[in-house]
Design a protein around this ligand. Structure first.
Ligand SMILES: Cc1cc2nc3c(=O)[nH]c(=O)nc-3n(C[C@H](O)[C@H](O)[C@H](O)COP(=O)(O)OP(=O)(O)OC[C@H]3O[C@@H](n4cnc5c(N)ncnc54)[C@H](O)[C@@H]3O)c2cc1C
Length: 293
């Protein structure tokens, strides 16, 4: 199928995009890389009267270090993150995870802001952003607001963005150089969306016990899920296989998966348990030797 008829608008500045959003509100849809929206338009699941193509807004394409945060402009494409030396140095988790987003063709067009705004609970970026306790900067007619992930992702493909607002920047806290991190997912075929995915960041103290842990799972509920109780349980503990198994033993209590044609809900819980153990163990193994925090 082809999309329903729409009027195409292509602003080159944020203020013009915001003006269009204000003028056309719910009749308009933002398009950036088009990797998620074009299929939706082609299937006529969405039939906006106005399509606002923000992909030429240069002021929204950047990767920069801002104190202890890597700030990424919404229009930065996946491949630019993948190739960034700054991100490789300060947030290697992001590089590991983003390589799982579709295929190179998709990563060369798809944007970071588009992935976050699309809010697919199986997408890699929302999961990593949640694990890292990152934030989303939103711009609208009343200026900017910065929100944490649990206020942004509401449910499947739904966020707290207003129709007159734009995702401006995604803020990923950098990872302590003495910590280890890991991103692991399971897909049916290479390049598919994950059935389940896990992002983990771990720090160890001088005795080798866990001093810090950040853990999130995607694909096992309507939004990415931060496993706070498991994190709390692990703090101060020796990172043995037994402790990790005990910590992850309660994981089902925090998940809310649905079954679909790709996998049953039970299998997603099973995967979440296995992948969380693997991600934790991998992150622990990656803590630089002799560099415990
Ligand atoms: C074959 C295939 C495989 C894929 N596999 C994966 C995968 O494994 N993992 C994964 O995460 N994704 C995957 N995707 C989806 C895709 O890569 C991302 O969702 C995509 O990068 C979103 O970015 P985009 O710029 O293309 O967004 P678009 O498609 O342009 O927009 C997506 C949504 O976000 C909104 N939007 C976009 N930018 C903004 C903004 N700045 N402010 C507010 N709203 C905005 C749009 O209105 C739309 O609702 C796949 C896509 C395809 C076609």
């Amino acid at each position: 199928m082809k999309p329903a008829k729409f009027e195409y608008l292509r602003p080159s500045m944020i203020k013009d995009a915001l003006q269009y959003l204000e003028d056309y509100g719910e009749d308009a849809k933002i398009i950036s890389g088009g990797q998620s929206l074009v299929p939706v338009l082609n299937m006529r699941l969405s039939t906006p009267k106005y399509l606002i193509d923000v992909s030429r807004i240069k002021e929204l394409n950047y990767i920069k270090l801002d104190g202890s945060v890597i700030a990424i402009g919404a229009l930065t494409r996946h491949y630019e993150v993948e190739e960034s030396e700054l991100i490789s140095k300060y947030c290697p988790l992001l590089i590991e995870g983003i390589k799982n987003v579709g295929h190179p063709q998709i990563r060369s067009r798809g944007t970071i802001g588009g992935s976050i705004a699309h809010a697919d609970p199986s997408a890699e970026l929302p999961c990593m952003l949640s694990a890292l306790r990152g934030e989303i900067v939103i711009i609208g007619p009343d200026g900017e607001r910065t929100v944490p992930t649990d206020e942004f992702f509401l449910t499947y493909l739904l966020t707290s963005l207003e129709p007159t607002e734009l995702v401006k920047e995604i803020r990923f806290p950098i990872i302590n150089e003495n910590f280890g991190s890991a991103f692991i997912e399971m897909t049916r075929r290479h390049g598919d969306f994950a059935l389940v995915e896990v992002a983990a960041v771990v720090g160890l103290d001088e005795s080798g016990n866990i001093s810090s842990v950040q853990l999130a799972v995607g694909g096992a509920g309507p939004t990415p899920i931060v496993l706070e109780d498991i994190e709390d349980f692990l703090i101060g503990k020796e990172p043995t296989e037994h402790i990790i198994t005990e910590a992850v033993g309660s994981i089902e209590d925090y998940l809310d998966p649905e079954g679909d044609l790709h996998s049953s809900a039970e299998y997603r819980v099973h995967l979440a348990s296995i992948l969380t153990k693997r991600a934790l163990q991998t992150a622990i193994n990656r803590v630089p030797k002799g560099m415990m925090a």
